[in-house]
Design a protein around this ligand. Structure first.
Ligand SMILES: *Cc1c(COP(=O)(O)O)cnc(C)c1O
Length: 472
């Protein structure tokens, strides 16, 4: 071992010494002693390891004072909440890594007021007897979708699992080969099917599945016909599939239930805004499909939830499945869900107030103005550190909805002067309000479709602090 390493090891303060220094630090005055101790042990152990092995993540300070200063910075950072607000400059509207859909302010207000005190979660206020938590959204879901009954669970993956387990355990489920999808985060239809106790029967080919393929696969063991909406990819070219209506008819003829996993689940026809038509929940219900499942936080624009709508006799069986208790929706989500669903009673209201829908339907010109406004407001403040330009780009809906659709949009393009673009991208992720952006042709692009007006000052502050070298 080199002498400098030995010297450094001798320089390492002990925990007692460190705590004396840290307790006197004004920067750390708000941090409980217990946490200071924990962080100090953690930091000193890691530093010792680094010195001994010559490997490790922490750089090597060389004097006791430097070590204590770096420890202070480490603790300050460590004490920040881990889960925080970020600015989405990616232009991907339903971004699963960034929390998918944003809730409207009116919904957040309801969430707070409803959860400040006790609530009638499972109480029937008329009879004073025990009620069901599902009642708060059951009739509005029926009203909006035309279904006979509904049930909500933790998320759509849970919804699919619960339906399969209730209606097709130890039975066969017929699915088209073109619909055996994987939806990120290890949700694969064949695996879910297996765990639910249902047996997968694949029919057709990847690009073409016909009515008679389903027909021929039906046996006395068939429990369910399943359609899965291919939300995150498209098979194009020489293709053929069986419509919801045809499959529903086939099911009726044979007395077999038919389910569709719709994935995104949308109530508003977005083709009026130039988007590819996604099937609407109410259309799938009207086509005669017995059970439809979809997410609460994709195109619906609400909280994470799995929504099941369909025939009452089937929904009643699904409700009674003991697994339902494990997948049940919590009171915060229910409050947000009812509040979001109420906005859909008036479609213009929904389009204006629900951020996911508002961002999707925002005219290109409005996004452009926001980008121009940002540049004009902050160009002087930034000019020593970067060049800011207006650049046309494309946003995406995300969340596995309308995957091939590009929405024309506008970005603020940043060319840093003193940093590499990749450094800027990394530093932006570490500012007080982190900013997520993408790099294209050596420029950092901040797509203004997914940045709200209220976020502009925080965006500017983040950009400025990331650009100024000694600020982090
Ligand atoms: C997204 C999706 C799911 C999973 O829904 P979560 O709400 O994320 O659990 C299931 N099926 C399809 C077709 C999907 O698009």
């Amino acid at each position: 071992m080199s002498t400098s390493k030995n010297t450094l090891l001798r320089e390492l303060p002990n925990v007692h010494e460190s705590l004396q220094f840290l307790s006197a630090s004004e920067q750390l005055a708000d941090i409980p002693l217990k946490r200071l101790k924990f962080c100090t042990r953690f930091y000193l152990d890691r530093l010792r390891q680094t010195l001994l092995t010559g490997k490790g993540a922490i750089g090597t300070p060389s004097t006791k004072k430097q070590i204590l200063d770096e420890l202070t910075v480490f603790i300050r950072r460590y004490h920040q909440p881990h889960f925080k607000q970020v600015i989405n400059g990616t232009g991907i509207i339903i971004h699963t890594n960034l929390g998918r859909s944003l809730l409207p302010v009116s919904v957040l207000d309801t969430l707070v007021s409803l959860n400040k005190g006790y609530c009638n979660l499972e109480l029937d206020l008329e009879t004073g007897k025990r009620g069901s938590r599902y009642q708060h959204v059951e009739s509005i879901l029926c009203e909006l979708t035309g279904a006979e009954a509904s049930l909500v669970v933790n998320n759509n993956a849970a919804a699919v699992f619960l339906v399969l387990n209730t209606l097709a355990k130890d039975k066969e489920v017929i699915v088209s080969r073109g619909q055996l999808v994987e939806i990120g985060g290890s949700f694969r239809i064949p695996d879910i099917m297996d765990r639910s106790g249902a047996k997968l029967i694949e029919v057709g080919t990847t690009n073409r599945t016909h009515y008679h393929d389903y027909q021929q696969a039906i046996t006395s063991e068939t429990g369910l016909l399943l359609r899965v909406h291919c939300s995150n990819y498209r098979i194009i070219g020489f293709t053929s599939d069986v419509s919801a209506k045809e499959l529903a008819q086939l099911g009726t003829t044979h007395g077999i239930s038919v389910m569709e996993d719709l994935g995104s689940g949308c109530f508003v026809d977005l083709s009026q805004y130039g988007l590819t038509k996604e099937p609407l929940v109410q259309e799938v219900v009207a086509s005669g499909i017995d059970i439809v499942t979809f997410s609460g936080d994709k195109l619906l624009g609400g909280p994470q939830a799995g929504i099941i709508v369909g025939k009452k006799t089937l929904i009643d069986r699904i409700k009674k499945n003991p697994l339902n208790r494990m997948l049940r929706i919590d009171k915060f989500t229910l409050a947000a869900l009812e509040s979001i669903l109420r906005l859909y009673l008036d479609e213009t209201h929904a389009l204006k107030e629900i951020p996911t829908l508002a961002m999707i339907t925002a005219p290109e010109e409005a996004v452009r103005s926001r980008a121009v406004h940002f540049i004009e407001t902050y160009v002087t403040q930034m000019q020593d550190h970067c060049q800011l330009d207006l650049l046309p780009t494309f946003s995406q809906v995300g969340g596995g909805a309308v995957p091939e659709q590009n929405l024309p949009s506008w970005a603020v393009a940043v060319r840093p002067i003193k940093l590499r673009t990749s450094q800027l991208e990394q530093r932006l992720r570490q500012t007080t309000v982190p900013v997520l952006a993408r790099i294209e042709a050596e420029q950092l692009l901040i797509d203004m479709r997914t940045v709200a007006d209220e976020e502009m000052p925080a965006l500017a502050a983040g950009l400025h602090s990331a650009l100024v070298l000694d600020s982090q």
